[in-house]
Design a protein around this ligand. Structure first.
Ligand code: 4NP
Length: 157
């Protein structure tokens, strides 16, 4: 199902209400600005927030950058995703382990750590801002925007 020429990218964090929706929003914005066709989505490894909108602090962060994400709804990563997306990017190392643990043997997706795409930031995690304050979301936004720019540059080639 992922055998089109349009790159398809899935961002995965734990809850799908903070980091991965912001990564999705950042890449949608960068792709739109650069006129790049991409299929972009996000999911969580956990199911606690399924059906919920993003965290209000994530909604506010995106809104401050001109992006509306209040219509996003959290969903859980499913085995189908491993054949529906070319790339699955984990926001942190625990997410990466959890993604790999449920990857079906016939997965065609390339699974990797998101910041591995950013030169000089290989091996780093996007920190979980959920239990912190608003400032954490600024850091998240910077991280996912940096990754989105790197992804857009890579897929524009
Ligand atoms: P996210 O943040 O993985 O970036 O969406 C979290 C959201 C919720 C929880 C943990 C992290 N939680 O424990 O409910």
């Amino acid at each position: 199902m992922n055998n089109t020429n349009i790159p398809s990218i899935l961002f995965v964090c734990l809850g799908n209400i903070c980091r991965s929706p912001l990564a999705e929003a950042a890449l949608r914005k960068v792709a739109e600005d650069r006129g790049l066709a991409m299929r972009i989505d996000s999911a969580g490894t956990g199911d606690w927030h399924v059906g919920n909108p993003p965290d209000r602090r994530a909604i506010a962060m995106a809104a401050r950058n001109g992006i509306a994400i209040d219509s996003y709804r959290a969903r859980q990563l499913v085995t189908d995703d491993f054949n529906r997306f070319h790339h699955i990017f984990a926001l942190d190392h625990a997410n990466l382990d959890d993604i790999r643990a449920i990857a079906p043997a016939r997965s065609t997706a390339q699974v990797s750590l998101l910041l591995d795409m950013v030169p000089g930031r290989e091996g780093q995690s996007v920190a979980d801002p959920y239990f912190g304050d608003e400032a954490g979301f600024e850091v998240t936004w910077r991280d996912v925007m940096e990754a989105a720019q790197a992804l857009a540059a890579r897929f524009a080639k």
